[in-house]
Design a protein around this ligand. Sequence first.
Ligand code: ADP
Ligand code: MG
Length: 312
Amino acid sequence: MEQDMIRIHNLVKRYGDVTALNHLDLTVREGEIFGLLGPNGSGKTTAINCVLALLKIDRGEIEVFGKPMTPSSYEAKRQIGVVFQNVAVFEELSVLENVDYFCSLYVPEKVRRRSLVEEALEFTGLQDFRKKRPKQLSGGLLRRLNIACGIAHKPRLIFMDEPTVAVDPQSRSHILDGIVRLNQEGSTIVYTSHYMEEVEQICTRIAILDHGKCVAGGTADELKGMIRTAETITVEGIDLRPEILAQLKQAEGVFSADYSGDVLKLKYSTSGNLIRLLHVFEAEGIAFGRVFSEKPTLNDVFLEITGKDLRD
Ligand code: ADP
Ligand code: MG
């Protein structure tokens, strides 16, 4: 049976007057790629640091691998890998030496370590850079090194805190593919990001955080099923008379119509509305530029629940 890897109950963490985690509840099961999705400042890093027992909590309970997590939970810590938000590697060591160093903290045997280090370099696509120093690497490669250092020992549970922030698309796809492969090889992964597309792409279950609370949780499909939006249609380069806009607002399934500049955005609680809309334009002789229909995104979920846009 799938075991709970992490159980967080009623967690409160304050920094002085700032309540960073406000009665947070979360459960991560074995085998998941669990996404913590939330804007900057929503408490993602704080939650990870609490689970790792790096921070003193004000209230609540945290269990990892079925046991309470404390600063001296060494047995649990040996089975955990962390990729911190801020890159932490040794400038004096090469790429290979960095990965080997971090791996050696967990794996003293040289032969096994050599193959783990090789695998980590391959995972992150750093084979050709093994002799380089960190300062010779681009930002994306440096992040990949940070990841290789955190995962080389193949931990049972891996935390990755925004590993793709400010990386080039090629590094980003390397990183995402690597996370999926690590998971396929047996690691449970907690992945934080404020990029909803990535979370949706790789995560098996997602918790949406806002102001230190979990405001919604489930698979991407479950989350999208919780909201009103079933389809968003955007029409660019359109000149709408006020009476037509009023008519569109009244149309079946439309619950929001936003018209600004020359862009019309319609939100529907039903799907399959594009043809009907085009018929209206045709009947009214209205010209338009690009038009496209979108299924709900996790941003729509965030927007409907919190009233804020994740992309702001
Ligand atoms: P996220 O990782 O989602 O961006 P954080 O966990 O870093 O969020 O921050 C949550 C809240 O706690 C924010 O309001 C942030 O300003 C505050 N915070 C984080 N770390 C500290 C700290 N060391 N001292 C004071 N406030 C902090
Ligand atoms: Mg953070």
